[in-house]
Design a protein around this ligand. Structure first.
Ligand code: BES
Ligand code: ZN
Length: 611
């Protein structure tokens, strides 16, 4: 067996899956999906065939025409990879797998009615990136495989479903369409409805996504609707926040070529959604914390939209080359932001990103592998090493090339890159070969090896020059010698300016300084979680225990890993922190059940490392 991807049991000598036909029966009382998956391969295969699973029970594997069982074994349990499901095929190009999820299926968060905004109905949603699709249905869970699919979601009639796919129909269930997922009597039971979807473009499995709940929506543009739990206040605020989406799609099309996915809808999730945004095709998933009436909501949308070209059209072949997804997208996001919000805003974002990159170098000082663009993630859980490096070092690399050849030439290059590799999964070497072929002599001007294979920040990376950025950094430096910015100096600061200021303060300061800053600017009460969390992080690092009530409240309100990671780490990292450790464990024991399983895993890993 030759693995194709360090994060998958997919065998490089086996044909890849080209299509999956799914039937899902959602059983909310037991938080279980009963499913059947009909996999179609690119060629008939005989002998062993392996797919990925995690926390699934496999009921049967069947020949789809004769319905005869095919032999299978579930083996190799592994903390990171899950389990391999090996089936014996005899010249099959299709086979049917009947399985069911469990409550530890890591892609799924099931919310009981009290955990939702309206408190009346349950809610369930997915997060499949990096390697969680395998916890919903068995598949070759590697971005090296691009797969089309169709899906029938059988849900209670009082709920509706959305997917990162085209909605075809909402209709009554029909006898004989379960493909074995469950009994016909259950499928066609009282009060059930089927929502049907198709994904007609081939996508990697990490982009598989759905949500089921009491959903509502608002129109925001000719190809954009915003969905969320049916809460008029949330929907209206979201529609206002994202009103500029169509302008951004147009900018994206001008820069990177036509938008290939027909629709660009948005889904605002409950506060436990573990990321700021996730680029599920046709339906970006967003945390509600980005809705705060400033420029940043649109920036997150710009990022997820940019993935429509970089990531979803051209995908990293494995997570070792994750920078091809996120570095390109960060670059593309900033070009969109520059076009719609102006250069100053875009440069400020480059500054925030630079700071993030510098901080990651400190985090990974003993794991230099993860300061590289091209990484080796053998034996590594991608969720554990998620960082700003692929984003910001990737951005820096592309910006360096842009500076070398000039923007017009770089724009041409990008368009050609996207047109050449669209709907493919590629690796760093393919990109570098393409770069050398299209920009002759580039390897003599930029040390491409240092950039892609070297550790740390290359000497020709660049901290941005911007008036606001420089001013904020110098004010932060003055804080170190005891001067706080005065009201005039911060009069026009928004959340991003404060975030940058706080990020530039020393790691810890005198407790009295923390309190003085807060007394003046009330940062601990900010409605903007970025600002609030950056402040609370400083407070914890400075051992200001009077803020712990606010820390606890925050950790119980939101489940975004961007907040959980630094707050829990600051609490438990270091020596002589017994009280903080007890506090952190108590808060997690009370709040953890409301986090998405991926976030629970990340917090547990932090505890394991530091206790
Ligand atoms: N694809 C990522 C989110 C992700 C990465 C999920 C890896 C799981 C594994 C998404 O596009 C992203 O980068 N989100 C950022 C926001 C963005 C504005 C930088 C986030 O959530 O912080
Ligand atoms: Zn991204």
């Amino acid at each position: 067996m030759a693995p194709i991807d360090p994060h998958s049991y997919t065998d490089s000598t086996h044909p890849l899956t080209t299509h999956i036909s799914l039937s899902f029966y959602f059983d909310f009382p037991s938080s279980t999906i009963f499913s059947s998956a009909l996999l179609t391969l690119s060629a008939p295969h005989s002998g062993e065939f392996t797919v990925d699973t995690r926390s699934l029970s496999i009921t049967a594997v069947l020949d789809p025409t004769t319905r005869t069982p095919l032999p299978f074994t579930l083996q190799n349990p592994n903390r990171i990879l899950g389990q391999s499901l090996t089936i014996t095929l005899s010249n099959h190009s299709q086979f049917l797998i009947i399985s069911k999820t469990s409550t530890s299926s890591s892609a799924l968060q099931w919310l009981s009615p009290p955990q939702t905004f309206n408190k009346s109905f349950p809610f369930v949603y997915t997060q499949c990136q990096a390697i969680h699709a395998r916890s919903i249905f068995p598949c070759q869970d590697t971005p090296a495989a691009r797969i089309k699919y169709s899906a029938k979601l059988n849900v209670p009639r009082f709920l509706s479903a959305v997917m990162a796919a085209k909605h075809v129909n909402r209709r009554d269930p029909v006898i004989g369409e379960t493909q074995g997922a469950c009994e016909d009597s259950l499928w066609c039971g009282d009060g059930r409805i089927v929502e049907e979807f198709v994904m007609e473009q081939p996508v990697p499995t990490y982009l598989f996504a759905f949500a089921v709940g009491e959903l509502g929506c608002r129109e925001v543009g000719p190809r954009t609707r915003v969905y969320s739990e049916a809460v008029p206040g949330v929907l209206d605020a979201a529609a206002r926040e994202f009103a500029g989406t169509e302008d951004m799609i147009n900018v994206g099309e001008g820069l990177f070529g036509g938008y290939e996915w027909e629709r660009f809808d948005l889904l605002v999730l409950p506060p436990s959604f573990p990321y700021r945004g996730m680029e599920n095709p046709r339906m970006t998933f967003l945390t509600p914390t980005v809705i705060k009436g400033d420029a940043t909501g649109a920036q997150v949308v710009a990022h997820e939209l940019a993935h429509s070209w970089t990531g979803n059209l051209i995908t990293n072949k494995t997570n070792d080359h994750f920078w091809l997804n996120e570095g390109f997208t960060t670059y593309a996001e900033r070009r969109i932001v520059e076009a719609v919000q102006g250069k100053e805003r875009a440069v400020l974002n480059v500054g925030i990103g630079w700071r993030g990159l510098v901080k990651e170098m400190e985090r990974f000082k003993d794991y230099l592998e993860f300061t590289k663009l091209k990484t080796n993630q053998e034996g590594v859980d991608p969720d554990d090493v998620y960082s700003q490096v692929p984003y910001e070092k990737g951005f820096q690399f592309l910006w360096r090339i842009e500076r070398q050849i000039g923007r017009p030439a770089f724009d041409e290059f990008l368009k050609k890159y996207i047109a050449t590799f669209k709907f493919q999964s590629i690796d760093t070497d393919i990109f570098i070969d393409f770069l050398k072929a299209n920009v002759p002599g580039i390897e003599n001007q930029i040390d491409l090896k240092v950039w892609t294979e070297g550790t740390g920040i290359p000497p020709d990376a660049m901290e941005p020059v911007s008036e606001i950025y420089t001013k904020i950094v110098s004010l932060a430096n003055e804080f170190k010698i005891g001067r706080m910015p005065n009201e005039d100096e911060v009069a026009d600061w928004g959340g991003q300016e404060w975030e940058l200021y706080l990020e530039h303060l020393p790691k810890s300061v005198e407790a009295s300084q923390v309190s003085a800053l807060d007394a003046r600017y009330r940062l601990s009460e900010s409605k903007d979680y970025e600002v609030k969390v950056a402040f609370l992080h400083l407070a914890i690092a400075s051992r200001c225990s009077n803020y712990y009530t606010e820390v606890e409240k925050t950790l119980k309100e939101v489940g975004r890993m961007k907040y959980l990671r630094p707050l829990y780490t600051a609490l438990v990292q270091g020596i002589g922190k017994e009280e903080e450790k007890i506090f952190a464990m108590r808060v997690f024991s009370e709040a953890g059940a409301c986090y998405h399983p991926i976030a629970q895993g990340v917090v547990e890993a932090i505890f394991e490392k530091h206790m």
